[in-house]
Design a protein around this ligand. Structure first.
Ligand code: ACO
Length: 346
């Protein structure tokens, strides 16, 4: 039987600080009504004093390792999906590896909100070839640092979070069944940070023009997101010999509830087929899919033998999707998640 990457451990970290729509409306020209109606978002988390990309990733990783029953020394590879690094150089993966006390290789994937699914499929390749046995894939973002709080069209949409998964080989036919990765660089400027790179290095004028913050053409990105959510879901399920209706749970990128509702309508599927937590955390970019996955496990929405579909889209513009089957003989595991100590079963 083919070796496939299977989820054996999971963990999440959420900063304690909650910023509600009402909080934002005190200093941004917006309202709870507008944000709720257009996005479904009610609140988001924001990193507190001393919290870094590394500290948040490490907290989520420790939980994932504990659930899997392994230590950092057992890891063969760490993949970090991130677009909000502690420093521009080196990549966050190196800081996280050191802080975890691991000695394995570590690298970062910068593919915006699609990054974690890119990381999952990359880990799957290493596991499938037999090169590695224990791979940690982390999605972490402190996206709040790149938000322009004078731009109401972007600053209300994002939140900070981290989530991590330990992948190990399954040989019972379960694990990652299919995937699709995509990039359309012709649309790069629809979601980008125009300043701070080599073309437009940090300068007084970059700061004065607020070019070190995220800029987004929301309508273009929403159009792209809608198209790719549908086509990617259809492609990855077709490759697995099924349709989206056959999936037990769909975990879409948590950017906007209205996009998810439109996808459900187009596919003629009930909303309870889709996992949703965007109302609590907003768009946490590369942390969005793993955070939703971890919460779905904790809430018992994913059971042994289930087939789940994950689809992300984001800056690039990029997209990435995967179909996974949960093993039927997975043991009952006690999760030690720092944010709730939930006892969960997969
Ligand atoms: N509060 C109040 N009014 C607002 C706000 C706000 N926060 N934001 C925009 N508006 C106003 C606009 O100024 C505009 O006013 P005008 O008509 O007077 O000019 C009006 O609301 C409508 O603006 P639109 O941009 O047309 O609003 P739309 O309905 O398209 O919704 C939104 C905007 C929510 C951003 C939507 O386009 C969207 O969800 N886009 C996709 C976002 C996304 O998924 N991003 C992925 C990021 S992934 C990554 O990699 C980081």
């Amino acid at each position: 039987m083919m070796r496939r990457a299977q989820i054996k451990g999971w963990g999440k970290y959420l900063p304690e600080k909650i910023v509600t729509n009402h909080d934002l409306a005190r200093f941004v020209d917006t309202s709870d009504e507008w944000i709720t109606e257009r996005t479904g978002i009610k609140e988001r988390r924001q990193r507190g004093e001393g919290e870094t990309t590394t500290s948040m990733a490490v907290a989520a990783a420790h939980d994932a390792l504990a659930v899997a029953g392994i230590t950092p020394a057992d890891l063969n590879l760490i993949i970090v999906a991130n677009s909000s690094p502690d420093y521009l150089l080196p990549s966050p993966a190196n800081f996280i590896q050191h802080a975890l006390g691991a000695t394995c290789p570590a690298f970062t994937i910068a593919a915006g909100c699609s990054g974690w699914v890119y990381g999952l499929t990359t880990a799957h390749q290493f596991i499938q070839t037999g090169a590695y046995t224990n791979v940690l894939v982390i999605g972490v973002e402190i996206i709040s640092y790149a938000l322009d709080y004078t731009d109401r069209t972007t600053c209300v949409l994002f939140g900070d979070a981290a989530a991590a998964v330990v992948l190990q080989p399954a040989t019972d036919g379960s694990g990652v069944l299919t995937f699709e990765l995509g990039s359309d660089g012709s649309q790069a400027h629809n979601l980008w940070v125009p300043g701070g790179g080599t073309v437009n290095p940090v300068s007084q004028s970059v700061v004065d023009n607020r070019e070190h913050y995220i800029r987004m053409n929301g309508q273009e990105v929403a159009r792209f997101a809608m198209r790719k959510l549908l086509s990617c879901l259809q492609n990855i399920t077709a490759q697995a010999g099924m349709t989206p209706a056959d999936l037990d749970l769909i975990i879409p990128h948590q950017a906007n509830l209205r996009i998810i509702e439109m996808a459900a309508r187009h596919l003629d599927l009930p909303m309870d087929k889709f996992f949703v937590n965007v109302h609590k955390y907003a768009n946490t970019s590369a942390a969005s899919i793993p955070l939703a996955l971890v919460e779905a496990i904790e809430q018992g929405r994913i059971k042994p033998g289930d087939t789940i579909g994950m689809v992300a889209f984001g800056s690039g513009l990029s997209w990435a999707g995967a179909v996974m089957q949960v093993g039927v003989r997975e043991p009952t595991l006690a999760s030690v998640n720092g944010n709730g100590h939930a006892k969960v079963t997969i």
